[in-house]
Design a protein around this ligand. Structure first.
Ligand code: C2E
Ligand code: CA
Ligand code: CA
Length: 664
């Protein structure tokens, strides 16, 4: 035992069993001098054993329970050794040290890996393309990364310790930021698009994520903001939207956008009980151009057409390209079909003007169909469909023309169209002549002048009443060339009659508004060798309503030359007395509707006598128009009208007949 430094020995017994002799037993035996006793007789025979795979804990418990300090270790039924309490102790110590070592090792490697993680995070922050900004819990900036500087223009020194509000663009209201903070405090995160301002003042959109970072106690310790500049993204988005809603070739809205606008316009018209028009414009023989000259030329032509269409429309109108050579036009807020028909005609005329493409002169015709809300359809689909049908009718009618969906409207428009074409030809072919109607002095019944009245003899339609075609000439602007003809004829006539009587010319609103009128009139008088005394001008009240000051100046220049001004159809407009005083006028012509009623109607009589009294107090002469009977003439004389005009004294006559009757 001493040699083996053991405190117990296992004793192999004769019967094959095992006993145990411990140091303590031995000391007892030696004390009672049992020196020569065989060990097998004195050893403890009941050896407690435990299987070799039992745990130390189990073995310790056994020792405790049995009050022993040694236990045999058994493997396959054979006792192969002893385990002592001392063994147990040193074993446990070993296990503990082992555990301690591995715990320490684990801690070291965790530390190393967290170090690595930190380094990695640092790398990510430094190289991130997203701007990163970390603030403390009160929102003061603690650190920013290089991308932050790149995106905002601020270096770390300039922002650290500042509030992020240095970046605010001013585009968002307080409510926006309030919402942001409330989301942040509720969900710990906010994400959205925000406009910020760079150091150079530029405003840019960014996609921003703010995260609240909490410590181990759940308290917010930091905020981290990650953002990226999305200006480019926004621009792409805009381009994509543009592609979705616009035709890439012409830049005009496409079918989708057009339908959007149309449905909105329909809703608006519906609410306001208004009207709108849809025009379907289809180019004539566009395919031939494409086939013979190539698609490049075709494309250029389409661009030119788009430009022309836009130029024909008002600002509120929309034009879209909806197919190869198809265009749709929306005219919101239209009152009647005439202005729409005018637009259609303008489009046809404009497209009819040649365009020069690749050294070639190209002319393209078009056919137009028009449908109106609410008459021809109550929704987008119906309106476009009916405009399309009308367009086909226009094509059938020989192209380069327009057609309205409703037959009655179409007939009226057709008549107008014919009249307009007729007027143009009439101007070219000089189908006009002037008739003259005498104006007589009320007292002496002597001739004092004549009113020049326009007559149109159409080769097929016969005589056209001026009341019908003058308004159209006015609308289409044809009145200007027509007015030239009238002035030329009347001035020539005045010269022929030697300036003996004053000839009055009727001026339409548009003519009167022409700033060169006064000069041109005096020039033709000068050329013809007559003075302004030989001429009078009749204007309506409405003509005076616009551009007042310009008119007054022009009128004064003419009056200096002896030209006299009358207000025509007086009583049918809205002139006020105060207004009349400021205009250099000579005469009022009482409208023939009053003269017609003067015998029967007390009212007409009072209006006429009041008008005459008023005119005289303003030192204006008074002409009574439409005198048809001797009684009317007598009454007007008594009411002190200065001049009388009407069938009673003479109908409008061709110059030769007038001269033969009145200028002998
Ligand atoms: P207005 O200036 O009031 O011309 C007078 C109209 O009254 C003329 O009709 C004349 O024929 C008609 N008239 C004259 N006496 C009588 C009468 O006793 N009874 C009735 N019932 N009618 C009478 P017209 O020639 O048909 O002209 C109609 C309108 O057309 C004119 O009204 C004028 O506004 C316009 N107009 C005629 N000629 C010209 C012109 O050369 N230039 C312009 N801008 N307008 C013209
Ligand atoms: Ca007149
Ligand atoms: Ca008149």
């Amino acid at each position: 035992m001493r040699e083996a430094r053991a405190d117990a020995a296992l004793i192999a017994l004769d019967d094959g069993g095992s006993g145990i002799l411990t140091e303590r037993d031995l000391i007892g035996l030696i004390a009672c001098r049992a020196d020569d006793t065989a060990v097998g007789r004195v050893c403890t025979r009941a050896l407690y054993t435990a299987p070799s795979d039992a745990s130390l804990y189990h073995v310790r418990n056994m020792m405790n329970d049995r009050g022993v300090r040694h236990i045999g270790v058994e493997r396959d039924g054979e006792v192969e050794g002893l385990v002592s309490f001392a063994d147990l102790l040193s074993g446990i110590e070993l296990a503990y040290v082992d555990e301690l070592r591995s715990a320490l090792e684990a801690r070291d490697s965790a530390l190393a890996s967290s170090q690595r993680n930190l380094q990695l995070a640092e790398k990510v922050i430094q190289t991130s393309l997203e701007g990163i900004m970390v603030t403390d819990a009160s929102g003061w900036i603690m650190r920013v990364n290089p991308a932050f500087t790149e995106l905002t223009g601020y270096s770390p020194d300039e922002v650290i310790g500042q509030s992020p509000s240095v970046l605010q663009s001013g585009r968002h209201d307080q409510a926006f930021y309030d919402r942001m903070w409330s989301t942040l405090s509720r969900h710990g995160q906010w994400r959205g698009e925000i406009w910020n301002r760079r150091k150079n003042g530029e405003i840019y959109p960014e996609l921003l994520t703010i995260t609240a970072i909490t410590d181990e106690n759940g308290e917010i310790s930091h905020y981290a903001a990650l953002f990226s500049d999305i200006s480019e993204l926004k621009e792409n988005e805009r381009q994509i939207r543009h592609l979705a809603y616009y035709d890439p070739l012409t830049g005009l809205p496409n079918r989708r956008l057009f339908y959007d606008r149309l449905s909105m316009a329909v809703a608006h018209a519906h609410r306001g009980r208004g009207r709108l028009a849809v025009m379907f414009v289809d180019l004539d023989h566009f395919k031939t151009i494409n086939d013979t000259l190539g698609h490049a030329v075709g494309d250029q032509l389409l661009e030119a057409v788009a430009g022309k269409l836009k130029a024909c429309l008002r600002e509120d109108d929309s034009v879209a390209r909806t197919g190869g050579d198809e265009f749709l036009v929306l005219l919101p807020d239209v009152e009647d079909f005439e202005p729409v028909a005018d637009v259609a005609q303008r489009v046809i005329d404009s497209l009819g003007q040649p365009v020069f493409l690749q050294g070639r002169e190209l002319v393209i015709g078009c056919s137009i169909g028009i449908a109106f809300y609410p008459e021809d359809g109550v929704d987008e689909e119906q309106l476009v469909k009916h405009a399309d049908i009308a367009m086909y009718r226009a094509k059938q009618r020989g192209r380069n023309t327009y057609s309205l969906f409703t037959p009655a409207m179409n007939r009226a428009a057709q008549r107008r169209l014919d009249l307009e074409t007729g007027l143009r030809t009439a101007i070219e072919q000089q189908q006009f002549c002037m008739h003259y109607q005498p104006l007589v002095d009320a007292e002496a019944s002597a001739l004092v002048g004549a009113e020049a009245l326009l007559r149109w003899e159409h080769p097929e339609w016969g005589r056209m009443p001026p009341d019908e075609f003058i308004p159209l000439a006015e609308e289409t602007g044809l009145i200007l060339p027509l007015g030239e003809l009238i002035i030329a004829q009347v001035v020539e006539q005045a010269a022929e009659w030697g300036g003996k009587i004053k000839l009055s010319i009727n001026l339409s609103t548009r003519q009167f508004g022409d700033p060169t009128l006064a000069e041109r009139l005096m020039e033709s008088a000068r050329v013809a060798g007559i003075s302004g005394e030989a001429l009078g001008l009749e204007i309506t009240e409405t003509a005076l309503m616009t551009d007042f000051d310009v008119h007054v100046a022009a009128m004064e220049r003419l009056r200096d030359q002896g030209v006299r001004f009358s207000i025509d159809d007086f009583g049918t407009g809205y002139s006020s007395l105060a207004y009349l005083r400021r205009i250099p006028l000579d005469c009022l012509k009482i409208d023939r509707s009053f003269t017609a009623e003067i015998l029967e109607s007390e009212d007409a009589r009072s209006i006429v006598s009041a008008t005459i009294a008023m005119a005289h107090s303003l030192r204006l002469g008074v002409v009574a128009e439409g005198v048809e009977t001797a009684q009317q003439a007598q009454l007007l004389r008594e009411m002190k009208a200065d001049t009388l005009q009407g069938f009673y004294f003479g109908r409008p006559l061709p110059a030769a007949d007038f001269a033969a009757t009145f200028l002998r």
